[in-house]
Design a protein around this ligand. Sequence first.
Ligand code: COA
Length: 175
Amino acid sequence: MADLSTLKRLEAHPRIAEWQYPPSPLMQDFLQKVLSGFDFPGYEVRIHVIEIDGGIVGFISHTHWRQGAFYLVTCGWSLLPECWGQGIMSRSLRQLFDSFFADQVDYVFADYFHGNHRCQRLLQKLGFAPHVIPWLERCRKLWATRHLVWLHRMYLDRARWLELRGQKSSAQEKG
Ligand SMILES: CC(C)(COP(=O)(O)OP(=O)(O)OC[C@H]1O[C@@H](n2cnc3c(N)ncnc32)[C@H](O)[C@@H]1OP(=O)(O)O)[C@@H](O)C(=O)NCCC(=O)NCCS
């Protein structure tokens, strides 16, 4: 079970912190509300923790909302550096995306800071493609976070996910 101090400890790791917005009281308050199951009007925000031997080594946050007829999810994630390079995050994300798309999600989005090649590669391997970020949203984020960084956004749609998963299972059957 995640608590705020565990998530703060993870996010404070220098190799994770360089790719996240700086901690702010607003963000702490938001995380605390998420952890206590608070309902944000129009949004469902959840945190999925990754545990190894009973210890929390990472987490994936996901926000679900609807835009017109579309069911959308935005995700962010972090993993302790000692666990990188073992496929832990890609396996966790695949499981989560299977459940999202089985649950009729249309699109999953993820943002990352310019220069975060590890995250970019992870997204590409999962089948994500580049998406635009409107200028108004860029300006709002800049104002809210006071953090001057160039953000990239990628997206994954259900058809692409099912196609990739189908290819993987038919390759497994053959192999
Ligand atoms: C982004 C982040 C989660 C990626 O972690 P990661 O461990 O590199 O990601 P993966 O789970 O995809 O692991 C990939 C590597 O594990 C290796 N691996 C080992 N066994 C594997 C397996 N069974 N399956 C898949 N990969 C495996 C692969 O060689 C792969 O390396 P490659 O991409 O060079 O082929 C991590 O770098 C992180 O927490 N960064 C800081 C925070 C951050 O950037 N968050 C994202 C912004 S929201």
